[in-house]
Design a protein. Structure first.
Length: 753
């Protein structure tokens, strides 16, 4: 509490205007309602201010002239609330209000008139649990990763590996946060699942680019996941089973309206029942456990969160390469909003550990580990009568690796090079500060300039990362909006892998060397949103990203992984279009993405055998065209979901020849040694895979047994017309590795209250 009091007592300018802090909770569960619209208006007059609640059900209005206001709180599925209050000069008011779920569909449509079917701004899309539930998923409920794959601009290399590429950014250039706590690779080895099922999600803010100064450390995108609290007013247990995954969930109050718990555990069964249902081996296994203990007190809210995930399996079932990775995360986040605090304060602290292993290749084994401890303080106040946020973050990270050959460095001994096992341990500390000012001269314009800086003990020169976001509403409402975002971004960590081998997702993580330049990117995004009526909205965004000094493993004519890197630059430009209609029982989303990703390098540094002045190539995640259709229909007690995806093929590297008798002279005798087979590559990424398309279907029905028991059933199929989509070509074995064929499933979920 001392930290909250000290951090919340300072403000850039003491204002005599008032402040209103709104907390919106659900009547049924006593938990926060994220994404609710809060409007301040003249009594029975025009709207003056508008905002949306965050994952804590919280929003704040600063710099309010003292007067009487009407407070309107609206959210889809809940009854509208209107309250009147009077603010005096210099007053800070905390206003708690509860929304009751709507019993009629008509109410939902009326309430929804002030909220777009999807919430978009330049580079930002807000995702809710309801959005996720509309995508067919082979487990009970939905999953974040299946929803993301239906968005234009999001690329996955296949249905295995847990890799997502967002608007040209690689998995290393993207950051995933769980309640502001970083986690590495939370997507499971089966790309049909992540560590974030629908049942535990409150809200997800996906910044495909142009994110503000409160986010630092990566150069492409942010996925900010907020988990929900456990029910504060009633206990519930859910158990589910399907051929591919089984789940157990429990939640409820410890002290009614003040403390609650939430537990969810999932264990995959796809390796056991997948071969029977598909006829193919599916050597993929994972599990995840998420726990949360929440405190809701009059002056602040705290959530203590723990998460553990484990993945194991083979990307290519025909090879002996086995991949394993684990995530462990523990920490807490507290929001203080007491009226005694001049400024609200958001405090986060925790620790995480990520480990990864690749084994089975030439009887070798490779291990990496990243351990991080972090603390973050975000403060919100007012400057010149406009909201002003600022904060600091401190993180201490240890990187370790133990790499057998061939993932090894080469060193020169005398006149020849020899392979050495690579092992290292590195440590870094990074200090980050930021500030952001949100200027709203009227309901039409919102200007948000900001600045972030990072300092590493390896390089004490601070970075300079200006950011800017802007929105313009021609009519002062949500029916039309132009938005723009731009910024400079710096990354202090690198992850190295052999880009040519799609059969592995093993990375070597390490901090940027003290003599190496930091990877830097520049973003520019222009978006337009047009809402035709209360339920139909059109979005279009055009974007450009420029990345500089991206560390990429050096290329050799033969397969020989290395932690030595070359530097490349990248150019990404694209266009995303999305039309969404949300009519309550009927939901339709159609999206199209057009993009191009080009890497540019000095061939002497990256591919020395090519005789060109500048080497340009399109990496594997360069998918020019993407088309997505998602529909959901509620009829009686049934829910029908349909998802269809199309993507043009990505680049891959062809082989030039096989050398069947490579003799290491002078170490090996050509008479007694048989040599080894060697694969020689052509120009990198000179071929393209066939296009990808897939149809997924599901139908579900809910049964209720009195007030305390229910049963949710679901049946469906992934890849309904059984198309043979290519995952990748294994150039060493001359085999085509396909993605999963037709996957039928049925799931049953029982709940008890």
């Amino acid at each position: 509490m001392l930290i909250l009091a000290v951090a919340g007592s300072w403000t850039p300018v003491q204002s005599q205007n008032a402040a209103l802090r709104v907390i919106v909770l659900s009547v049924e569960e006593g938990t926060p309602v994220a994404g609710a619209t809060v409007l301040l208006s003249i009594p029975r007059g025009d709207t003056l201010y508008a905002a949306a609640t965050n994952a804590n059900g919280f929003t704040e209005f600063q710099g309010l002239p003292p007067r009487t206001y009407e407070v309107h709180i609206r959210f889809i599925g809940y009854r509208n609330r209107i309250e009147e209050l009077t603010l005096s000069r210099g007053e800070i008011r905390v206003f708690n209000i509860e929304l009751q779920q709507s019993a009629s569909q008509l109410d939902e449509l009326v309430i929804g008139a002030d909220r777009s079917p999807i919430q978009r701004d330049a580079g930002l899309q807000v995702i809710t649990a309801t959005d996720i539930s509309r995508v067919p998923s082979i487990g009970p409920g939905g999953d974040l990763t299946t929803y993301l794959q239906n968005l234009p601009g999001v690329v996955t290399t296949g249905d295995r590996g847990g890799e997502l590429y967002i608007r040209g950014g690689t998995p290393i250039q993207n950051m995933v946060l769980v309640d502001k706590m970083p986690v590495i690779k939370p997507f499971h080895i089966s790309n049909l699942f992540s560590a974030f099922p629908q049942e535990i999600i409150s809200q997800v803010d996906m910044y495909a680019g142009g994110f503000g100064p409160e986010y630092t450390g990566v150069t492409s995108s942010i996925l900010d996941v907020s988990l929900r609290q456990g029910n504060m007013r009633g206990h519930e247990v859910k158990a589910a089973v399907s051929p591919y995954i089984t789940t157990l969930q429990a939640e409820g109050p410890v002290i009614r309206d003040k403390q609650s718990f939430l537990f969810m555990g999932r264990y995959s069964l796809i390796d056991r029942f997948g071969p029977t249902l598909t006829g193919d081996d599916v050597p993929l296994n994972f599990y995840d456990i998420t726990t949360r203990y929440s405190f809701n007190w009059p002056d602040f809210v705290c959530n203590v969160t723990g998460m553990h995930t484990t993945d194991n399996g083979k990307i290519n079932p025909l090879l002996e390469t086995e991949l394993t990775w684990t995530n462990t995360l523990a920490g807490f986040r507290c929001l203080g909003y007491s009226a005694e605090l001049r400024n609200t304060v958001d405090f986060t602290m925790g620790t995480m550990r990520f480990s990864s292993t690749e084994s089975g290749v030439d009887e070798t084994k490779r291990d990496v580990e990243v351990s991080k401890t972090f603390m973050k303080v975000d403060n919100a106040g007012v400057f010149l009568n406009h909201p002003f946020t600022y904060g600091v973050r401190v993180e201490f990270t240890t990187y370790t690796a133990d790499l057998d050959a061939p993932f090894a460095d080469r060193t020169k001994v005398g006149e020849r090079f020899i392979d050495l096992d690579s092992a290292f341990e590195d440590y870094t500390s990074i200090f980050t500060g930021y500030m952001s000012w949100k200027v709203q001269p009227d309901l039409k314009w919102t200007l948000t300039p900001g600045l972030a800086t990072q300092i590493s003990l390896k390089n004490i020169t601070p970075t300079l990362e200006p950011r800017f976001r802007m929105s313009f509403r021609p009519n002062g409402d949500n029916w039309q909006e132009w938005s723009f975002a731009m910024g400079r971004y710096v990354q202090m960590m690198e992850g190295i892998t052999d880009e040519r081998d799609a059969g592995t997702v093993f990375y070597v993580y390490k901090p940027i060397g003290s003599r190496d330049p930091y990877p830097v990117s520049y973003h520019a995004i222009l978006g337009y949103k047009h809402q035709f009526d209360a339920n139909l909205v059109f979005n279009v965004e055009t974007y450009a990203k420029r990345h500089y000094d991206i560390p990429v493993a050096i290329w050799t004519r033969e397969p020989a992984n290395t932690i030595r890197t070359g530097r490349v630059d990248s150019e990404t430009q694209g266009l995303d279009i999305q039309m969404v209609g949300d009519y309550g029982d009927v939901y339709v989303s159609v999206g199209y993405g057009l993009s191009e990703v080009t890497y540019v390098a000095d061939p002497k540094e990256l591919v020395a055998w090519l005789d060109v002045e500048e080497f340009r190539y399109n990496p594997a995640h360069d998918r020019r065209h993407q088309f997505n259709v998602l529909t959901s229909l509620k009829w009686s007690d049934f829910l029908f979901n349909l998802s269809w995806q199309f993507a043009s093929g990505g680049p891959y590297t062809k082989i030039a020849a096989y050398d069947l008798a490579v003799i290491g002279m002078p170490d090996n005798n050509p008479i007694s040694s048989r040599g080894r087979v060697l694969t020689l590559y052509t120009r990198p990424y000179d071929g393209r895979l066939p296009s990808f398309h897939r149809l997924d279907l599901s139908v579900g029905r809910t049964f209720t047994f009195g007030r305390h028991a229910g049963l949710e059933t679901k049946a469906g199929v992934i890849n309904a017309y059984n198309v043979r989509n290519v995952f990748y070509y294994d150039v060493n074995t001359m085999q085509q590795v396909d993605q999963m064929r037709l996957l039928p499933y049925i799931s049953i979920l029982a709940s008890f209250k």
